[in-house]
Structures are given as C-alpha cells and as structure tokens.
Design a protein around this ligand. Structure first.
Ligand code: TMP
Length: 218
C-alpha cells in the first residue's frame, strides 16, 4: 500500500507551488511519486474541470456543482489514485474531499451529510493519510490568485475567484474546523511566509511520516 497526501487551502494560498516542490524532493530521495490534482487528474475529469471552473457558468446551481465534483472524483480515484496507491506510490493530490466539505458545504451551505455521502461514494474507501492545509488570509490569497489569472494566457478558470470575500472566509473557516477535528491527519502551515519557509515546515513532517510508515510495515 502507498501513502496518500492531499494539499488544501483557499485560492492563492500557494499549495500548487508547494506540492510541486515536495514531489521533486521526494523523487530526489528515491520515492515513487504520483502528482495529481482535483478537479481533474485524468482526461474525463479534466473535461468536467473545464465546466466547473468556466467563469461563463455562473448560473450553475450548488447541487449541480457538487455532483460534478463527485463525478470527477469517482473517475479520478478509480483511474489514477487507487491504482497508484495499490502500486505502492506516494500519491500527492492538489485538493481532495476536504475541498468539497469546505467549498460546497461551508461555502455554499449544502448540508454536510449530503456532501459526506457523495464523497464516500466517489472515493470507494480511499482516504488521505496526511492533509497539508496551507492557511492564509482570504484577501491576500484572492489578490495573489487574481494576479496569476491576469498573467496567464490559458483559459480563465476563475469561477471561484469571482466569489465574494465572505465566501472565501467561510471556506477558510470550514478548513480550520476540519483540521481542528482531525489533528493527527492535518498539518496546518502558515501560508504567509516565503516559499522556502513554507517548504521547510512541510518536508520534514512528510519525511518523518513516511519513515514511520516504513518501520510500521517492516
Ligand atoms: P484549484 O484552483 O486549486 O485548481 O481548484 C479549483 C477550484 O475548485 C477551487 O476554486 C476550489 C474548487 N473546488 C471545490 O469547490 N470543490 C472541490 O471538491 C474541489 C476539489 C475544488
């Protein structure tokens, strides 16, 4: 069995930079790493991603949004995450089930039971071993995310960046509540530091968890 690490946080918290750095470091240490993301991570889920993030789809209703995230996840878990874990890889995933709880339940107001049911349907028993939550102030994060979108030449995946600050505050609070409820699974990192400082808070923790696992299976 492999080891499943997810990265979470609000828009512009810096998690994508950090997950890439961690992947490089783990590969350099000789680990077999699968780096993936949600929504997306495989061809069918990437098509669903385009619908979900298209700023033109502002009319999308909360339950339609929730079901699309669940559909993308079911495909991604079955096609990518589960086979990689079964093959003994360290799987690093940029967002996973906690994002659905934070965005669709805390952010949109869909009841938690409905979100939990769809998450478990989509995951078929796959659960993160460790979740790195990069915590950051929503105003700063949004500012960073909007600058990145302005500078990019690709499709404008900004449906969530267009949400009000209060929405992102609820998402952040939702993440912090999840982390408080499962302190062993979550590693909360302050996202206001430099890229190097944030990485220095993550890498040793991950390495020691992987070492523990190594000793436990011996
Ligand atoms: P990204 O910006 O990290 O690529 O994530 C895409 C957006 O999708 C981000 O605004 C958060 C949102 N999202 C949800 O609302 N629910 C989910 O379950 C996931 C995985 C992402």
């Amino acid at each position: 069995m492999g080891y499943f690490i997810t990265f979470e946080g609000i828009e512009g918290c810096g998690k994508t930079t950090q997950i890439r750095l961690l992947a490089e470091r783990l590969k350099a240490a000789g680990r077999h790493v699968t780096l993936t993301r949600e929504p997306g991570g495989c061809a069918i889920a990437d098509q669903i991603r385009s619908i979900l993030l298209d700023a033109g789809n502002r009319a999308m209703l909360p339950h339609a949004e929730l079901l699309l995230y669940a559909a993308a996840r079911a495909q991604h878990v079955g096609e990518v995450v589960k086979p990689a874990l079964d093959g003994g890889n360290v799987v690093l995933c940029d967002r996973f089930t906690d994002a659905t709880i934070a965005y669709q339940s805390s952010g949109r107001g869909i009841d938690r039971g409905t979100v939990d049911t769809l998450n478990s349907l989509a995951c078929g028993g796959v659960r993160p071993d460790l979740t790195v939550l990069i915590d950051c102030d929503p105003a700063q994060g949004l500012e960073r995310a909007r600058r990145r979108i302005e500078a990019s030449s690709g499709p404008r995946e900004e449906r969530f960046e267009l949400e009000a600050l209060a929405f992102h505050q609820r998402v952040r609070d939702g993440y912090l509540a999840l982390a408080a409820g499962e302190p062993h699974r979550f590693l909360i990192v302050d996202g206001s530091g430099s890229v190097e400082r944030i990485a220095a808070a993550i890498t040793p923790q991950v390495s020691s968890r992987l070492e523990e696992l190594h000793h436990a299976v011996r």
